[in-house]
Design a protein around this ligand. Structure first.
Ligand SMILES: [Zn+2]
Length: 123
């Protein structure tokens, strides 16, 4: 099995670091700036909208912190050399898949099986 090229690792490290920085930056600004959501704009009732905003904020923060964790663990994997290896079967994850979803922990085959059997919605 051929190990991932160091230039690819450098690429993912840079990509993930950049995503992490953006997320950390966005996370700080999330509260009070939620108007980009169509879901939010479509809500006709002010009272309900306020509650929606609150829920929505929490949901975004939840998702952000989840993704931040994922990115951090991917960066750790780059450091310890296990990045790009499927956690389920130990095979290499296709480079094209990693490029589309750098935080993924599973190859497409395992991921597809998991979705079929467990309805996993996570990456
Ligand atoms: Zn796998």
């Amino acid at each position: 099995m051929e190990a991932m090229q160091s230039k690819d690792l450098a690429f993912f490290k840079q990509l993930l670091t950049q995503q992490l920085n953006e997320l950390l930056c966005t996370a700080e600004k999330t509260v009070g700036t939620l108007v980009q959501s169509g879901e939010w704009a479509a809500d006709p009732l002010d009272q309900a909208a306020m509650e929606t905003t609150r829920t929505y904020t929490l949901r975004i923060r939840d998702r952000e912190s989840h993704l931040i964790k994922k990115i951090k663990s991917a960066l750790v994997k780059i450091e310890d050399g296990s990045f790009g290896i499927c956690e389920a079967c130990g095979e290499e994850i296709a480079l094209s898949r990693l490029k589309a979803r750098p935080v993924t922990s599973y190859c497409i085959r395992c991921k597809t099986q998991m979705e079929a059997f467990e309805k996993v919605t996570d990456v």
